[in-house]
Ligand binder design. Sequence first.
Ligand code: GAR
Length: 196
Amino acid sequence: MSIAVFASGSGSNFQTLVEESRRQQWPLPIRLLVCDKPGAKVLERAEQLGVPAVSVSPKEFVDKAAFEAFLLSELSKHQIEWIVLAGYMRLIGSTLLEAYPWRIVNIHPSLLPAFPGKNAIEQAVEYGVKVSGVTVHFVDAGMDTGPIIAQVPVQLDEQDNVESFAAKIHQAEHRLYPEVVYRLITGAVTAPGRIG
Ligand code: GAR
C-alpha cells in the first residue's frame, strides 16, 4: 500500500512530502506522482527524487470519466491507498471520489471557506486581510470544499506583498502538510463519519 501525490505546477509541496516521508520513515511510501500538466516543474522534482511519475493531460481523453478511469488503473498498479493533492488545479470527479471515499486530501493556501479557487494568495493580499493561512481538507466534489482537517493562520504584515506573503504561506504549508498526511495514514485522524 502506498501514497500518490497529484500536482500540476512547481511541486514544492510534493518535494517536501517526499523528503519528510523518507526522513520520518512513514509506514506508507509516496510511490507515484500524477501530473496533469506535461512539462510542469514537479516532473523534474520527481525525477530527481526517484519517484515514478505519470504525466498525462486530460485533453487526451474523451471526458473526465475516461481520464480518471485511466488514472485509476495507474493507481491500482502502484497499490495506492491515499491520494494527496498538492497544487493539483483540477476538480476530482466521481470516478476517483467513489474509488477513494474520504481518502483524497487537499491543501489550499487560505483559511477556507475564504478565498477558494485559484490565486487564493493574491485574493487575500488584494482584499487586505490581516490574517490568512493554510487549510488541509478531505476532498469532495466541490472546489476547495470538503470537511476541514487542519488550519494554520499566517499573518499578513503591512510590508508584505504577494511575493513575500506567498513565501510565508508556502513555509506554513511545508510544515503542516507532512504532519497532517502522517496523522492520516497512521490513523490518528479519521474520516468524517468513520469510527476508528
Ligand atoms: C500551493 O500553495 C497549494 O496550496 C495551492 O497550489 C500551490 C502549489 O504549490 N493549491 C491550490 O490553490 C488548490 N486550490 P507547489 O506546486 O509549490 O506545491
